[in-house]
Design a protein around this ligand. Structure first.
Ligand code: GUN
Ligand code: FE
Length: 429
């Protein structure tokens, strides 16, 4: 019979069961059995008295972060070309960079640095776009498998409205996507393929139709971009004048919640579009750093939350610059105050607990029972040492606030995924 592995961790335990409240246990215990949380406690229950305790003292133990939207091949371009808006940025900077990923040596170097970065900032699980390139996508999947971080990785599909060097042959795009699904589906608990049409302007009806069929046939999840930018909105309207909104185009092709789906940005989503997302259980992904950098606009994230749409958060490198979701979380809070102001206070700003919730449990729910320390959740966790208590006295809630607004990867001491303490990725290049 297999012996159970039991671990007990002690520290200040912080998580959000619900979006409205932090659960905080001062000097609490979290008991983990075979990688899953048994429960959190203020003292060790009788049955576990014999188990050695890993004591993190005055540090926090909190759920790790789940990034719902990052473009791996754009990592080199962080901080570049941010004085132009989406469509110009795609054509002048992003597409030329993505073209380089036909070269696997180039790709390996970028992924190596990216994966070390994801580990460093505590993004234990991510939804990752690659480029159109099949071999580079497989390489990225293999590197995730090797390093122990969790991810859904998508080969991007695009066959129209791009420079020739990135426009795929439609049939080949579908064949390559299917090959990846066949090779990688079900081989790991942590790393999975996902279908990733770039966005409606980049995909012919035939491609969208084929991808919808693959999603159905393989019951594969889907991720894409939605209602991000004014120029994009006009273009989509001119391509599909008969559709009531952008989301309904994906929906028509079976790419909008027929299988688990995440849509990024959702800045110009109409009430109808939001209702379709709610009805279909489509995740709305908030990318406030990217939206500010590209001048795309401000997503009314609170509206989606209030209406019961599942919400996650993402760095959207390289629209966003910083892969740390601590930065993205504080931007989400700031942007929500501006949205509130410009709605004449019709919409409340995000609460701190809501920002934390979407960064941990909200996005985490896409990956499974992830992002909380309730019984049965995977123990995906970070151990955090904060700075300022060296100089001043703070209560625990003040320390949490300060971490969200001022914290960084420098505060992270340990990183767990499904109960395993993950060390910095070291690839045999
Ligand atoms: N829409 C289509 N492609 C992209 C991309 O790479 N980044 C962002 N932010 N929006 C997109
Ligand atoms: Fe994006």
């Amino acid at each position: 019979m297999k012996r159970e592995k039991i671990d007990i961790y002690k520290g200040h335990i912080v998580f959000t069961k619900t979006k409205d409240h932090f659960t905080i246990l001062e000097n609490g215990y979290v008991i983990v059995k075979d990688g899953k949380v048994v429960d959190t406690y203020t003292s060790i229950p009788e049955a576990y008295q014999y188990v050695p305790v890993t004591d993190y003292g005055d540090k926090f133990i909190m759920p790790s972060f789940n990034d719902m939207h990052i473009h791996a091949p754009q990592f080199r371009n962080r901080g570049l070309c941010l004085d132009i808006n989406l469509m110009d940025w795609l054509f002048s900077c992003t597409f030329p960079e993505e073209a380089k990923f036909s070269n696997l040596d180039y790709a390996r170097n970028v992924y190596n640095i990216l994966l070390k970065g994801l580990w460093k900032v505590g993004n234990m699980r991510s939804l990752v776009y690659n480029t159109i390139h099949k071999d580079a996508t497989k390489l990225l999947l293999n590197m995730f498998l090797e390093c122990g971080l969790g991810a859904y990785v998508g080969k991007v599909n695009m066959d129209i409205n791009a420079p020739d060097y990135l426009n795929e042959d439609t049939e080949q795009s579908l064949l390559d996507t299917e090959e990846i699904l066949m090779q990688y589906q079900g081989i790991s608990d942590l790393v999975h393929p996902i279908i990733a049409p770039r966005f409606v302007p980049s995909c012919s009806p035939k491609l969208l139709c084929g991808l919808g069929y693959l999603a159905y046939q393989y019951q594969a999840p889907v991720m894409s971009h939605l209602s991000e930018d004014i120029v994009e909105m006009k273009l989509v309207k001119s391509m599909y004048p008969q559709f009531p909104n952008y989301g309904s185009i994906y929906n028509y092709y079976g790419l909008f919640g027929q299988t688990p789906t995440v849509m990024a940005h959702c800045i110009f989503s109409s009430d109808e579009e939001i209702e379709l997302m709610r009805k279909n259980g489509v995740y709305a992904n908030h990318n406030p750093t990217s939206n500010c950098n590209l001048g795309s606009g401000m997503m009314a994230v609170k509206k989606f939350i209030n209406r019961g749409v599942p919400v996650g958060i993402g760095c959207d490198v390289s629209g966003g610059g910083d892969i740390s979701l601590i930065t993205v979380m504080s931007y989400a809070l700031s942007v929500s105050k501006m949205v509130s102001l410009y709605s004449n206070k019709q919409l409340e700003p995000l609460k701190l607990s809501e920002a934390f919730y979407i960064t941990t449990k909200g996005g985490g729910s896409f990956f499974g029972k992830i992002g909380s320390f309730e019984p049965g959740y995977e123990f995906d966790a970070l151990v955090i040492e904060d700075n300022y208590i060296k100089f001043f006295e703070y209560n625990l809630y003040e320390r949490i606030q300060q971490f969200i607004f001022l914290g960084s990867s420098e505060n992270i001491r340990e990183r767990f995924i499904s109960g395993n303490n993950i060390k910095e990725p070291m690839f045999l290049l």
